[in-house]
Design a protein around this ligand. Structure first.
Ligand code: FE2
Length: 191
């Protein structure tokens, strides 16, 4: 099966100011708050952090839909692979699930816009088939181009710091595989 996440052993703090917002579901993180050491490491493998967000999942958070980051499909309704570098903290027993979407449902595009103005494509969970799930914590590479959703069935809050990974020259969103290849070079550098 296609790989959807990869746990990274990166010993680096993501943000200069790690105070976490607890009243907003989704907020932008100013680029000035990203740890400059992280930006330097990523740029050494030609990766630029183009957007960065906090996602807060309050205790008991659940959804009835999954989504694809970016929201654009090709003519067959398929999505390009899209890499994110995520750092999850708070309760680690939260569940990330990825889904397959039947072809007839894929054609019925549902687009929405996040609270900070990013477009994304979404599907109702009742129409989707679960293909993988994981309990993620700390640093990991994340496939955001496959429909996914996060549930927090715990009694504790969960935060994800989520960084969009782009090529430093073309400004194109990197595929999961391309980003992983570059990040693994960086991972080895950190040992
Ligand atoms: Fe997402």
């Amino acid at each position: 099966m296609r790989e959807l996440y990869y746990i990274l052993d990166l010993d680096i703090v993501p943000l200069l100011d790690m105070r976490l917002p607890i009243n907003a579901r989704h907020v932008d993180i100013p680029i000035s708050n990203i740890n400059p050491e992280l930006i330097r490491l990523l740029s050494s493998v030609d990766i630029e952090v183009s957007h960065q967000s906090f996602f807060y999942s309050y205790p008991g958070f659940k959804r009835d839909s999954c989504h694809v980051d970016g929201g654009i499909t090709d003519i067959d309704g398929d999505w390009p692979s899209r890499a994110k570098l995520n750092f999850v903290l708070g309760d680690t027993n939260t569940i990330t699930t990825w889904y397959d979407v039947p072809a007839d449902i894929k054609k019925c595009t549902l687009l929405n816009t996040t609270s900070i103005g990013h477009r994304y494509q979404y599907y109702k969970l009742k129409d989707c088939i679960e293909i993988a799930s994981a309990t993620l914590a700390g640093w990991h590479l994340f496939e955001a181009g496959v429909p996914h959703a996060v549930l927090n069935p715990t009694l504790k809050p969960r935060w994800a710091i989520s960084l969009v990974m782009k090529d430093i020259f073309s400004n194109e969103w990197l595929s999961y595989i391309e980003c992983k290849t570059r990040i693994l070079k960086l991972d080895h550098l950190s040992h």
